[in-house]
Write a protein that binds this ligand. Sequence first.
Ligand code: GRF
Length: 203
Amino acid sequence: ARVVVLVSGTGSLMRALLEATKDPDYPVRVVAVGADREGVEGLTHAENEGVPTFAHRLGDYASREEWDGALAESCAAYEPDLVVSAGFMKLVGERFLARFSGRYLNSHPALLPSFPGMHGVRDALDYGVRVTGCTLFVVDAGVDTGPILAQRAVEVRSDDDEHGLHERIKAVERRLLVETLQDLARHGWTVRGRKVSIGVTTN
Ligand code: GRF
């Protein structure tokens, strides 16, 4: 499967996926990496690995819709089977979802529907849950509300702070992303009863 990954920061999830794709038997290829601004670590890493990159800064556009359209165009140029948000900190709009609805996945560092939004790790910690985790889901028009594809639990430790817990979640999240994308590429998936399948990369 051809995958475009969207990042905003360090891109550690994207790096883990890139590593996995070095195995010729892994049925996913990262065909491009995009970001919401130039110069983020994730883009630099992708460039060093010879992966095409693009960036669209919201402030460079007259409207959010135009930014959204430009982002969709850049993704579409690589003819992806899937677009994966791996730490992409912007909400896409209707134009993007019109093109990639059902094929745009996001990884969230909490067990949705608990603790959606920008501070899922902090909110779980502040709430005092004993178990949190990560969720891979299909993005819909809401915020972290789309159909869930896969989840994995992570214990919360009494001495955890937000950073420490998030790093532990990210270690699990990387494996969840790599393993789930492998299954999706090989077997397709069912979203709320609807079979969705994507092309498998012919090696
Ligand atoms: C991940 O925990 C992701 O779920 C959240 O931001 C983090 C991205 O980390 N949205 P990185 O940029 O991939 O290191």
